[in-house]
Ligand binder design. Structure first.
Ligand SMILES: NC(=O)c1ccc[n+]([C@@H]2O[C@H](COP(=O)([O-])OP(=O)(O)OC[C@H]3O[C@@H](n4cnc5c(N)ncnc54)[C@H](OP(=O)(O)O)[C@@H]3O)[C@@H](O)[C@H]2O)c1
Length: 254
């Protein structure tokens, strides 16, 4: 049986948990060979073994994507070991919320280094390979999928630098889309609302409770709900580019 992504290779950053992990499963099920990158190697190896056990191919790559050299190395290793690169899902991210006044600025550095610099450096390193893939693949296109957030559209008190990074992801994705449109590298921006993952585990005490209170009673999305949308976007015919997908839980208002 042929599946839409047969013959393709996808690199997914932040694939040791949450949305990235679910996306690796979803793209592998569509036939892509997947390179899964993050810092927690054991989690990646477990995921790769699971995907391998289902008859697909997965490569675990330990990489701190906030480090430019490691981000470049993750792209290089994907191409060296899996042969090409058709799809990059820039998913690795941290959300360290709290008021601007008195904020520990190392949290800002972490968000800017990963959510922004990690994403742009991974994209930069991947582009030559994506351009070749768009030229020579049966699909006739390649994909950059950037994971932003509702926070990339709506700013709120207590979320300033996270908002800054996710608005930045949206701006970068649109420039990229325009630059590469004629060469058939698609740029898709995904903007999830609340998804049940480990993301809020990293919040400071006090801030964590405020975030959970704001979303109390809302049935959050599952990581696989976002992975489904990503798989849908990258399996469209080459002439169809889903530029931007905003997905909130039905009960989430803001
Ligand atoms: N959950 C939500 O409600 C929600 C909503 C909107 C947008 N998002 C976005 O979705 C993306 C994925 O988040 P998630 O919700 O799935 O949370 P998650 O479960 O915490 O996943 C984050 C992933 O990023 C990886 N990561 C963190 N720091 C890294 C680094 N320096 N280098 C490489 N990988 C790193 C983590 O793995 P390691 O720790 O092993 O490195 C993990 O695999 C993020 O960009 C987030 O902003 C999430």
């Amino acid at each position: 049986m042929t599946t839409p992504l047969d013959g393709t290779v996808a690199l997914i950053t932040g694939a040791s948990s949450g949305i990235g992990e679910a996306t690796a499963r979803a793209l592998a099920a569509q036939g892509a060979k997947v390179a899964v990158a993050a810092r927690r190697l054991e989690r990646l190896e477990r995921l790769a073994a699971e995907i391998g056990g289902q008859g697909h191919t997965a490569l675990a790559i330990q990489a701190d994507i906030a480090d430019q050299a490691r981000a470049i190395a993750a792209v290089d290793r994907t191409v060296d070991e899996l042969g090409r690169l058709d799809i990059v899902v820039n998913n690795a991210g941290v959300m360290l919320l709290g008021p601007i006044e008195g904020a520990p600025t190392e949290e800002w550095d972490r968000m800017i280094d990963l959510n922004l610099k990690g994403l742009i450096n991974t994209t930069h390193a991947a582009l030559p390979h994506l351009l070749s893939a768009a030229e020579d693949s049966e699909r006739g296109c390649a994909d950059v999928v950037n994971i932003s957030s509702v926070a990339g559209r709506v700013s709120r008190a207590g979320s300033g630098v996270y908002n800054l990074t996710k608005h930045g992801v949206g701006a970068f994705s649109e420039s990229l889309r325009q630059e590469l449109a004629a060469r058939k590298v698609r740029s898709t921006l995904i903007e999830p609302g609340a998804v049940e993952t480990e993301l809020t585990d990293h919040l400071r005490d006090g801030v964590r409770e405020q975030v959970r209170e704001r979303l109390a009673g809302v049935h959050a999305l599952d990581a696989s709900d976002i992975a489904d949308a990503i798989a849908y976007a990258v399996t469209r015919p080459w002439h169809v580019c889903l530029n931007e997908i905003l997905i909130r839980p039905t009960e989430q208002r803001g």
